[in-house]
Design a protein around this ligand. Sequence first.
Ligand code: GLA
Length: 507
Amino acid sequence: MQLTWNSTCRAGMLALACAGLVFCLAPAALTAGAQSFSGRWAAAGRTLHNGEQDKSILELKQDGDKLTGTMTSLGFTTTVKGTVSGTHFELFGSWNDTKPFVKGELMNGELHGSVFGNHAWIAKPATPADELPKLPYIQPPPLQPVPYNGLAKTPPMGWNSWNLFADRVDDATVRTMADAMVSSGMRDAGYIYVNIDDTWEGVRDANGVLGTNSKFPDMKALSDYVHSKGLKIGIYSSPGPRTCGSYPASYGHEEQDAKLFAGWGIDYLKYDWCSAATIYKDSDLQPVYQKMGAALQATGRPIVYSLCEYGRGSVEKWGPQVGGNLWRTTDDIRDEWTSMIDNIEKQVPTAPYAGPGHWNDPDMLEVGNGHMSDDEYRTHMSLWALTAAPLLAGNDVRKMSDTTASILMNKEVIAIDQDSLGKQASPVKNGNFETWVKPLADGSVAVGVVNLASSSAQASIKASDLHLKGIKSARNIWTHSDVKFVGDTYSATVPSHGILLLKVSGK
Ligand code: GLA
């Protein structure tokens, strides 16, 4: 027996097929007076910056005051759950089960609500006409290594719009941020790339050329402006039909988009899996990423290639073969201590695979975004440096505090991150302390001891644990002062969630 939509039934009805017979059923949501949330709903949400409307199909099942189901859009399919109280409902996405993404009322057989209290959201009983188009699987190319592009010999450094601005990034923000990268000293400290994340996209024209939306009137002019500041510019797309923000992406247009980006003067592409999961399997990850890697190289323009697929399919093992210079190893970072620590710890198994030209990426920096303490931000910056992570600031560089500036532009920490040996530190846990040791090109080591506890504590670093033959010198990277080991040991008080970070040279 099958439950499907069927054209023999009236619009909005479910067809129950059994032994060649079709029975037409009205979904519970259409049953007069039933006031049930169960059924298939066509939802229309916000209008995107390119004028398109965000549409999705919800398949809900009500069990008392509980809702479960799925939500599918062109961009993704996700599970949803929710609560019902009378006609009131709240729906939670799988990405956050504490904050409902939509709240509203069941009225006259329709769900009327708002997304995060911001924009109207209406779901009506779905009809066959509402079904989202089924896009075909496009056979990815056979595996063939993409040669190294010679870029990112040290972890890329720059700024990215997503963590703070999300879909509010626009041309003026990027220009003023580029100005601030220069005036604040960020550029001279090494932060070279100014990267536009998702939501710049417009629609494709009749020739398949992807345009920008009204927030970015002239991408070439913007790129010229960023270059005129002695900076480089990055952009974002997805191998699927839609980006994570539901904007058109590079599926079926990989070569065309690579040429478009090169023509604009783009120097860095973040390529985010997102809706590719609705077309391809994880076993296609490598050839799908290779397709864009090869397309970028074919343009002849040096473009840093950043893979963003959250560590799926052991990307660290094949990232370089598809032309990747860096790859995300985790889900998205949030501006919270637990998220930051989780991300850095999750990528520990990838450590052997980091090195010049190809880096593990635990996601962008949250330093200065306001939801961690200064000690936590110093730990965040130190851990990214110890693990040779890309340093992509995600704050408002135009108005950062002196403390934020001193964290992001601590030259001694940056030097640890940018060390030419390119080793990624791994931690050793001892109670509430976590010690990360990174060998450096000049034979010295960087060592960081993180205090995971909720109160300050005395931490010790032992020379014998650093595999150095005696200590010649030791320097505290956050106090910018030389320190002395007593015998084999150096001890200091470390605040809760803070770090003791030293550079130690052997005799
Ligand atoms: C995903 C990525 C983020 C960001 C958003 C944009 O969630 O992991 O870093 O690029 O998409 O939609």
